[in-house]
Design a protein around this ligand. Structure first.
Ligand code: FES
Length: 292
């Protein structure tokens, strides 16, 4: 046996003896030595604190919003129905405090495979919202926890609490008035009334996630058409988007996204360089304009 190995075995053995000694009771009265007891208690507490600390440490390192504009220019895309006809503000249904189902209106932006959920909340002026009352907005349909997408991420209005959310304690008395964008994968929750700072209840288990859903910047024109023009720079990183070309990055490294590696949206208007973001199917009911 080499000297080195011998020393390692010796060290290991002394650790075993040390802990055996701590745990053993005093021979005289069979009651554990008080000092040892205290030490063991402290040791237990320290290990517990360390474990909890390491579990939640990420919360301190990863901000809930990123505050970094990550692209200087996004495509401008008009929202259309599947036949290519632009939709208007008046076609978007409202959710209100009594809503029990709401069509999931999904469009891809800024790339073809990046779904966003369009919502309109009656009586709520949403930060970053558009329309006459500022009540229309769209959020990325890519969960910021581990990247699940619609329909696993969906808008669940006031009277429609997903079964999975009920399992973690939500009921009619604590489900928010306008419901939540909820991810069925691990229970991340996002409040649609809040605009870019929409993370609700700190999200699920500690993870690099715990970010709000990126909010799509929308604009309307005099005819009520709706355009996606960018991502709100308050929280613009789309999870999964930054894997190319330079790998996943967070925080200060994130300065500029590169859309060149993805599939661009189809062009709608070549002259004005406007793209098309099509509202695609909805899984929970018809939407005026032929969507199911
Ligand atoms: Fe959505 Fe985990 S991926 S909660």
């Amino acid at each position: 046996m080499s000297e080195n190995l011998k020393n390692q075995v010796k060290a290991f053995y002394s650790i075993i003896l040390f802990f055996r000694d701590l745990i053993m009771t005093d021979k005289d009265n069979e009651v554990p030595n008080q000092e040892k007891r205290k030490f063991l208690k402290l040791l237990g507490l320290s290990i517990g604190a360390l474990s909890l600390g390491s579990l939640s440490a990420e919360r301190f390192f990863v901000p809930t919003t990123r505050n970094k504009p990550v692209m200087s220019s996004y495509p401008k895309a008009i929202l259309t129905d599947t036949s290519g006809t632009p939709i208007t503000v008046s076609q978007i249904p409202y959710a209100n405090t009594d809503t029990s189902s709401y069509p999931i209106m999904v469009f891809n932006y800024p790339l073809q495979d990046e779904p966003n959920i369009l919502v309109r909340l009656r009586g709520i002026k949403i930060p970053g919202g558009v329309g006459p009352n500022g009540d229309i907005t769209a959020y990325s349909g890519i969960c910021q926890h581990l990247g699940c997408v619609v329909p696993l991420v969906s808008y669940n209005p006031a009277k429609n609490i997903p079964f999975e959310a009920q399992l973690i304690g939500y009921n009619s008395s604590n489900w928010p008035t306008y419901g939540l964008l909820y991810c069925k994968c691990h229970g991340s929750q996002y409040d649609p009334t809040r605009g870019p700072h929409n993370l609700y209840n700190s999200g699920p288990a500690p993870s690099p996630a715990n970010h709000s859903l990126p909010q799509v910047l929308l604009e309307t024109d005099s005819e009520g058409h709706i355009y996606a023009v960018g991502m709100n720079p308050v929280n613009a990183v789309i999870r999964g988007h930054l894997w190319q070309p330079n790998g996943e990055t967070y925080g200060s490294e994130v300065e500029e996204e590169d859309l060149s590696g993805g599939t661009p949206l189809p062009l709608y208007d070549v002259t004005n360089n406007i793209y098309r973001a099509t509202i695609v199917s909805s899984s929970n009911g018809p939407w005026p304009g032929n969507y199911y």
